[in-house]
Design a protein around this ligand. Structure first.
Ligand SMILES: [Zn+2]
Ligand SMILES: [Zn+2]
Length: 365
């Protein structure tokens, strides 16, 4: 066993604090990683506070992990000690269902679906776990820790051109926005609308622009309109009825990054005939969709969940090639509770990234 340290919370209402625990050493085809940086995702806040009613405590979040390989298990072929690698939302999947075979691990239909990097049941897919042990055992612990063990198939290569701290949020926020844009075939010259301009929306706008699309972001504040200008994309206030009316039937694709229940109907009206609005931010019931808006021009409202391993590698390489990445603010692990509060209070436009070196100041070994 490896002695490990991390930040975890023990209740929905308590703060994250230091937890000493153990991880199993790297087994066959597994990597042991010294965690360098870990992004703070809005899901971390939802999960830590049990807002999806499935959190098992202690809960140690973190699924935007970049680290250095310190040890490889037997049979590892894709990585070597010293490589900088990324781990996103998944650390395993059943590998035998149709989506897994098609390379859509993020839509795994196995008995436990894909295994989440944190708050996933600690059983391996090969054990064909029953429903009873699905949430009945210790959960996986994520990247708010000094060391992580992962199967090499679920580790991503971080391109040299990407700083590790910038690469971290691409592993969730980046692929969550890139994957639907790829799936719905966003192409140069198309008009793409990004709804919500927080950390996810900011990165989505950069990726869509780099794909050659003409991008408009929909946001709530003047400040964020200025930010859109700085990015070189159009900005519209969500409540500007006149501006919205002028944009009717003009968008080829829209992506909603708003992380909570919201009304998509005003945006459906902006889609062209046969085009799609995809929701990635909110994993909960939306306000009812007005089918009059949808049916009249044969539009679609869709959802999309993170992205496959292949998509994740692709978006890392894409960001490196186009010199883009999230706007980040580096924090220490000791500042993580304050960061959660800020994420809950308002829509921060950057991503917080934890410098995991800060953990060493309070952990003994
Ligand atoms: Zn995430
Ligand atoms: Zn599967």
């Amino acid at each position: 066993m490896i002695k490990a340290h991390g930040y975890a919370t023990h209740h929905s209402f308590s703060r994250l604090k230091l937890l000493d625990f153990e991880r199993e050493e790297a087994g066959p085809r597994e990597l042991e990683i010294d965690v360098l940086f870990c992004g703070v995702c809005h899901s971390d806040v939802h999960q830590a506070k049990n807002e999806w009613s499935n959190t098992v405590y202690p809960c140690m979040p973190g699924h935007e992990v970049v680290g250095k390989v310190r040890k490889v298990g037997p049979g590892v072929t894709r990585f070597k000690v010293g490589d900088v690698v990324g781990v996103g939302c998944m650390i395993d999947s059943c590998r035998v269902c149709a989506p897994c075979k098609a390379g859509d691990e993020n839509y795994c239909e196995g008995p436990n679906s894909w295994l989440a990097t944190y708050n996933g049941p600690m059983v391996s897919a090969e054990m064909a776990p029953t429903k009873k042990n699905m949430y009945g055992r210790d959960n996986t612990y994520g990247g708010y820790s000094d060391v992580l063990v992962v199967k090499e198939d679920f580790a991503l290569r971080i391109p040299d051109a990407l700083k590790p701290e910038v690469a971290a949020p691409i592993l969730c926020a980046g692929v969550t926005t890139y994957s639907p844009m790829k799936h719905w075939k966003v192409a140069p010259g198309q008009k793409v609308g990004i709804i919500g301009f927080g950390g996810l929306g900011n990165l989505a706008a950069k990726i869509a622009k780099a794909m050659g699309a003409q991008v408009t972001v929909f946001t709530t504040t003047e400040e964020k309109l200025d930010e859109a200008k700085r990015l070189g994309v159009d900005g519209v206030k969500e409540d500007d009825k006149k501006a919205l009316a002028a944009l009717k039937l003009s968008f080829d694709f829209m992506l909603s990054t708003i992380p909570e229940k919201h009304n998509v109907n005003p945006f459906i009206a902006l889609l062209k005939r046969d085009c799609t609005l995809t929701v990635v931010g909110a994993l909960e019931p939306l306000s009812p969709v007005n089918n009059q808006e949808v049916a009249f021009h044969r539009k679609s409202v869709a959802g999309s969940l993170i992205g496959s391993l292949a998509d994740t590698q692709e978006v890392l390489d894409f960001c490196a090639k186009h010199g883009i990445g999230p706007d980040i603010e580096i924090i220490s692990i000791q500042e993580v509770n304050d960061a959660y509060k800020k994420i809950e209070d308002g829509d921060v436009r950057f991503r917080y990234v934890i410098d995991m070196a800060s953990l060493k100041t309070e952990s003994a070994t």
